[in-house]
Design a protein around this ligand. Sequence first.
Ligand SMILES: Nc1ncnc2c1ncn2[C@@H]1O[C@H](COP(=O)(O)OP(=O)(O)OP(=O)(O)O)[C@@H](O)[C@H]1O
Length: 228
Amino acid sequence: MGLQLAGITLTYPDGDGSLTALDDVSLEAPSGHVTAVVGPSGSGKSSLLAVAAMLITPDSGRLVIDGIETSGLDRHARTALRRSSIGIVFQQPNLLASLTAAEQLQVMAHLDGTSPRAATARAAELLDAVDLVDKAGNLPGQLSGGQQQRVNIARALMNEPSVLLVDEPTSALDRQRGGAVIDLLTAITHSRETATVLVTHDRSHLDGVDAVYEVVDGRIRELSRARP
Ligand SMILES: Nc1ncnc2c1ncn2[C@@H]1O[C@H](COP(=O)(O)OP(=O)(O)OP(=O)(O)O)[C@@H](O)[C@H]1O
């Protein structure tokens, strides 16, 4: 289970030609592990996440999510798989200014048709998991940057995803708060058995992750992997 990319190549149109953003990229992100992807700006990290989230279809290669080969799926089935299996944590929390921390989470469940009672219970459980129970009634403007990012992470977990895709979660945070967010992601990954792909250009705080890949000019290599 988890997420596998195999031989993914992705090109973008570029003037009269094309730009190869991902060049034969393979990556294994097992359940219960944080798989970090590091690399310089423009190397292809966001493109890799967009392919993993089925937001972009690659030119070639295989994407397997929870054992399901995605290339044969139509648009409807992809959307359904994304909703059921994938949580995405974007770089900026993008919280809605008029909603409390708890409501940011509840609204996600509401969109999925979950009952209000179940949504309230799940939101409370997840705010507890990210250590924000006492801030449940705060609006985004009443939360620090690190707290907003923790709400963002909790919100991505509302659909109980098996795959968690995280894009540069520490970029707006200072070193200490950035480290705390990575530690939280690692703890959540291990306790909830998500297959977490953590994209970052920041190589600090990666001691606790389970594997590290590096992308340079669209090509990937595995730098380290903890023993199972
Ligand atoms: N929609 C697009 N159309 C054309 N080229 C693109 C597009 N998106 C990205 N690129 C190019 O693809 C390459 C990889 O970009 P990508 O955003 O994946 O890199 P990145 O590693 O995430 O960079 P950063 O760390 O700066 O966010 C870059 O050369 C970029 O200019």
